[in-house]
Write a protein that binds this ligand. Structure first.
Ligand code: FE2
Ligand code: FE2
Length: 139
């Protein structure tokens, strides 16, 4: 389970979104550290997950407001994807809460890190392309 390393390609060039993405990377990586620690880790995992879920919601709201503001044409699909991710994360967290199984915590970490990298590359970067396109068209 490798932690996420921030690479330049993750930058979409909108500072408020980029800084939240960096914060998400640090929180997802923190979850990994907590899962790996040997001590009584379940309260720490729970704390880390609660903070992450809150922050994911904060981030999705900001990104959604931004997409509305610039009238991004794919914003409705993008919002649906955010909703799907939130549902998956909450359901994985619930499963973990029920039996405090470390494997489920690892599964959660894998889901989050995988989601983060794929979502930025396949969806969030399209916002940047749209902005670049509108700039070159002189809007
Ligand atoms: Fe997004
Ligand atoms: Fe995002």
């Amino acid at each position: 389970m490798p932690v996420i390393e921030w690479i330049d390609e993750f930058n979409i060039g909108i500072e408020c979104i980029d800084s939240q993405h960096r914060q998400l990377v640090s929180m997802i990586n923190n979850l990994y550290e907590v899962i790996r620690s040997n001590k009584d880790r379940h309260p720490a995992i729970k704390k880390s997950l609660d903070a992450l879920i809150d922050y994911i919601n904060v981030h999705f709201s900001l990104e959604q407001n931004f997409m509305d503001r610039i009238c991004y044409p794919k914003r409705f699909e993008h919002v649906e994807i955010h909703k799907w991710i939130s549902i998956q994360v909450v359901s994985l967290c619930d499963s973990y809460e029920k039996d405090k199984n470390s494997l489920l915590a690892e599964e959660l970490f894998e889901f989050l890190s995988d989601w983060f990298v794929k979502h930025i590359k396949s969806e969030d970067l399209l916002i940047k392309s749209f902005l670049d396109q509108t700039k070159t068209q002189g809007y």
